[in-house]
Design a protein around this ligand. Structure first.
Ligand SMILES: [Zn+2]
Length: 73
């Protein structure tokens, strides 16, 4: 993974990019780490990746996707 993940602490709301000032929110991305999945956010303007520390429960039996987002089979 050739991008920097910036840790952020959400205080009030997380809508404006702290890097470039883009005002209209973020794309979502997810990264599996062991048994949990991290929920991170990408600025649509400057493509910075932000990690506010959210994790999601895995869903047993769900179909795995590769790092490129394509089916692994
Ligand atoms: Zn940005």
């Amino acid at each position: 993974m050739d991008y920097e993940v910036r840790r952020v602490e959400i205080d009030g709301e997380f809508k404006v990019c702290p890097v470039c000032g883009y005002k209209d929110g973020f794309h979502s991305m997810f990264r599996r780490e062991g048994e949990s999945t991290k929920w991170m956010f990408i600025c649509p303007n400057c493509h910075s990746v932000f990690d506010p520390g959210f994790t999601l429960e895995g869903t047993p039996g769900a179909q795995k996707v590769s790092a490129l987002g394509k089916k692994s089979t």
